[in-house]
Write a protein that binds this ligand. Structure first.
Ligand SMILES: [Zn+2]
Length: 106
């Protein structure tokens, strides 16, 4: 499945309709039907991905850094500088799937 923005699609179809108004009535009529079909489709709530962050549990665990996911608290050992967790090269928690990248301002 590929979720799309149905409102944006209908906006585009309306623009097409306006551009062809009075020129091709059959085409405009068909566009009108398609717009109603799109409007009638069920809305699916997009799943939101939770954000988490790595937390240092122990900075010298047999020479490794022990970190945990702030959401599921699963622990992992990494050969990474405990002061620079940006070097942990997992974008998502391998256990719960939380997005571990820094939250981007939108
Ligand atoms: Zn997790």
């Amino acid at each position: 499945m590929r979720p799309i923005d149905a409102d944006a699609l209908n906006m585009y179809l309306c623009e097409l309709q306006m551009a062809n108004l009075g020129e091709d009535d059959d085409y405009c009529e068909t566009l009108n039907e398609v717009i109603h079909i799109v409007d009638g489709q069920p809305t699916i709530l997009a799943e939101t991905v939770e954000h988490g962050e790595w937390t240092v549990i122990e900075d010298d665990y047999a020479g490794l850094t022990l970190i945990e996911c702030s959401l599921c608290h699963e622990e992992w050992c990494f050969e990474v500088d405990p002061d620079d967790l940006d070097l942990v090269n997992y974008n998502y928690c391998p256990n719960c799937g939380a997005d571990m990248r820094e939250r981007k301002e939108t």
